[in-house]
Each structure stands twice: as structure tokens, then as C-alpha cells.
Write a protein that binds this ligand. Structure first.
Ligand code: ZN
Length: 303
């Protein structure tokens, strides 16, 4: 019984209004699962299916941001309150040790669970860190703190990793070494995620597509592309999942659900859980409660 945790940056759960791309983009897998779009009208629980909304503001003024809310999700702490404000992009330096020590990756491993971080990291990424063009993401800090193996292009080539853009279409532009690795369909990406679950208790995958689309960085059709890929990923997982596995999808703040702005929103994040563990997440109200619930759910899986 594996939990697959899919983190999607920048998706809010909002009503199905005219300006909400989630209400208008064809998402057949979501539609058939929820009986409607991924909007707040579908909030509810039934057997092995939960859609809840999670507060992302955490009592701190201003728009929620990735740097602090990634820490909130992965380490289960009110990172914006600890930091004194919402911080964009990368985790505050002062919170890095806490994240490395208290992440869901490390806590799951201390329980004896097998944990996989499914994203691929290219040489280009490590070079960007070395030359300080990028700073470590929260997920990488957490993975390194837990001693997780970070996957490379070889893993991607043999179907044991995923690109953050789901299909890998943008990879060769970022790393020439990826040029000989053909992109995959979103459906196949989801099937791959389902298959990876066979060897692990917790599989984590993250995508920044919806946030980039929400910021307008993927062009006028970006929201449609991002949401279609996410729907395909879900369809692929649903078609290849083992019956005992559960999929959890959540986010750090709103963005893509509000097409008439290119900034973040204060909308709650969706918490979508499919599978036998869904009921164990019904009590959650805030994103900083996700990590504890993940650890508790994994602990109950103890055979
Ligand atoms: Zn974000």
C-alpha cells in the first residue's frame, strides 16, 4: 500500500467561474472521478475519494508564496509564521535545517519506510546550484536531509523518473544530454508513477507547471497545456494503479485558477486523495497539517 504524493505548485480550489480555467479546460479524468471539474463545488468525501480545501495563508498577511509554503507542506510547520512573512521561490535559509531534519521524507525513512523522489535532476540543475543561478528547492533540501537518491537522466531513460513538466518536452532545451530521450505522454507519466509505487512506500513527484502557467510564463495556452498534462497524469495513474495504493494531490497556493491575474491568490489549495488512505485526510484544514497526516497514514500501514 503505497502513498503517491503529487505536489502541484500554484493551483487553488475556487468556484467554477468564468475566469477559472479549471472549470473550462477539458479534464476528462478529473471530470469522471469527481463528477465535475476540480473546483470548490466538488468538495466532499465518499468512499476512497476526498476533495478538501486547505488554507494556504496560515494566518500571515499577504499573498502565500512558494518558499515558505513548500516548507509548510514538506515539514508540517507554519513556515510563514516562523519566518515572519511569506517568502517566494526558495525556503528561507534559517528554515533549511528544520526542513532537512523534519521533512516527510526523513520522518518516513525513520519509520522504516522506503521513499522515492520521482523527479529527474539534470547536470544543468546541479551546475545552476553550483554557480548560484538557482538555490536549492525545498524538495531538494528535504531529500538531501533524508539521504534520498536524486534521480538522473539514466533513470529517466529507463522509465524510473519523471520530468517536472510531466512529459519531458522541455528537458532537451535545458540539458543537451536529454536530447536522445523522447518525451512521453502525460498518460504514460502517470502509469510510470503507478509502477514506481511497487518498490516504495512513499513516492513524491512535483510539478511547477500550473504556477508557471498562472504567471503567464507558458504563453496564452499555458493553462490549458498544464491542466491537460495534469489530467493525463491522473488518467495514467488511475489506469495502472494497484488497488491498495493511494494518490494525494495538493498545492502550496492559488494561481492558475484565476485567469484574470498573473499573481498568486489567497484561494485554498485543493487536497485530492484517491484510494484507501483518503479517509485519513478528512480532518485537514491547512497545508501545514499535510505532513503529519502523511506520516500518520504511513504508520498505520505498518504490517
Ligand atoms: Zn508555489
Amino acid at each position: 500500500m503505497t502513498l503517491i504524493f503529487v505536489f502541484l505548485d500554484g493551483i487553488g480550489l475556487a468556484p467554477a467561474t468564468r475566469t477559472n480555467p479549471l472549470a473550462h479546460t477539458p479534464m476528462p479524468a478529473v471530470q469522471s472521478l469527481l463528477g465535475g471539474p476540480l473546483t470548490s463545488e466538488q468538495i466532499g468525501y465518499r468512499d476512497e475519494l476526498l476533495l478538501a480545501s486547505l488554507d494556504t495563508c496560515l494566518g500571515v498577511e499577504g499573498l502565500p508564496q512558494s518558499g515558505t509554503n513548500h516548507v509548510a507542506l514538506l515539514a508540517g510547520v507554519n513556515a510563514p509564521a516562523l519566518h515572519g512573512r511569506h517568502q517566494p521561490h526558495f525556503p528561507p535559509v534559517a528554515l533549511r535545517p528544520l526542513l532537512a531534519e523534519q521533512s516527510i521524507f526523513r520522518r518516513a525513512q525513520l519509520q522504516g519506510k522506503r521513499v522515492a523522489f520521482a523527479n529527474v535532476f539534470t547536470e544543468g540543475y546541479w551546475q545552476a546550484l553550483a554557480t548560484r543561478r538557482l538555490r536549492r528547492s525545498a524538495s531538494v533540501i528535504a531529500a538531501e536531509g533524508a539521504g534520498l537518491r536524486l534521480r538522473d537522466l539514466h533513470d529517466l531513460r529507463v522509465g524510473q523518473a519523471l520530468s517536472w513538466d510531466i512529459t519531458g518536452e522541455g528537458l532537451s532545451a535545458r540539458d543537451p544530454a536529454a536530447a536522445t530521450i523522447p518525451p512521453i505522454t502525460p498518460q504514460l507519466a502517470g502509469e510510470r508513477l503507478a509502477r514506481m509505487a511497487a518498490d516504495y512506500d512513499l513516492v513524491f513527484f512535483e510539478s511547477f507547471l500550473p504556477d508557471l502557467a498562472g504567471h503567464g510564463r507558458l504563453g496564452p495556452t499555458g493553462a490549458g497545456i498544464a491542466l491537460s498534462r495534469i489530467d493525463g497524469l491522473l488518467a495514467g495513474w488511475l489506469s495502472a494503479r494497484r488497488p491498495g495504493d493511494s494518490l494525494l494531490i495538493t498545492s502550496d497556493h492559488g494561481n492558475i485558477e484565476q485567469a484574470d491575474t498573473t499573481g498568486h491568490t489567497t484561494a485554498p489549495a485543493p487536497l485530492l486523495v484517491i484510494g484507501p488512505l483518503a479517509a485519513q485526510f478528512r480532518h485537514l484544514r491547512r497545508i501545514d497539517q499535510v505532513a503529519d497526516a502523511v506520516i500518520a497514514a504511513l504508520a498505520r500501514e505498518q504490517g
